[in-house]
Ligand binder design. Structure first.
Ligand code: UDP
Ligand code: MG
Length: 152
């Protein structure tokens, strides 16, 4: 666990279409995480198949790729204490119906096939995803507010 841990967070096409971009960014900002990279992207099928490579043999895989191709996505890297695990907690469960209120999926989604937002599930996968989506082009700067977020 470190204060420079990074996670890859992606607002999926339904999140963009439903006007949830600002809301989702605001949650990570307000929590105290540092924005390290941000872009809008219309990913290729190849990129999405790589991103979701671990799920290639799942029955829902073709539907998942089609969903992710249905519109632009917002790609982000957020940095801070325990960012990967905390990001997943902020997202909620994969199935929105099982997600607690107060989580992104628990507040804004109902079905697993349109669950609004992606978050890396391990530090190792976060590294792979940041390389895949940003080619590791992540900004380095000091967040001045950090002195009010992290204990000395
Ligand atoms: N998904 C789906 N049906 C399922 C499981 C997953 O459509 O039964 C989709 C859903 O959009 C999910 C994505 O596939 O977010 C990736 O699945 P994963 O198990 O990695 O869930 P996540 O890490 O996004 O919570
Ligand atoms: Mg996953």
């Amino acid at each position: 666990m470190s204060t420079t841990e990074q996670t890859y967070i992606m607002i999926k096409p339904d999140g963009v279409q439903r006007g949830l971009v600002g809301e989702i960014i605001a949650r990570f900002e307000k929590r105290g995480f540092k924005l390290a990279a941000l872009k809008m992207e219309t990913p290729s099928k190849e990129l999405l198949e790589k991103h979701y490579g671990d799920l290639a043999d799942k029955p829902f895989f073709p539907k998942l790729v089609k969903y992710m191709l249905s519109g632009p996505v917002i790609c982000m890297v957020w940095e801070g204490l325990d960012a990967v695990k905390t990001g997943r907690v902020m997202l909620g469960a994969t199935n929105p119906l099982a997600s607690n209120p107060g989580t992104i999926r628990g507040d804004y989604a109902l079905q697993v096939g349109m669950n609004v937002c992606h978050g890396s599930d391990s530090v190792e996968n976060a590294k792979k995803e940041i390389e895949l989506w940003f080619n590791n082009d992540v900004k380095q700067y000091k967040l001045d507010a950090a002195q009010w977020i992290y204990e000395a």
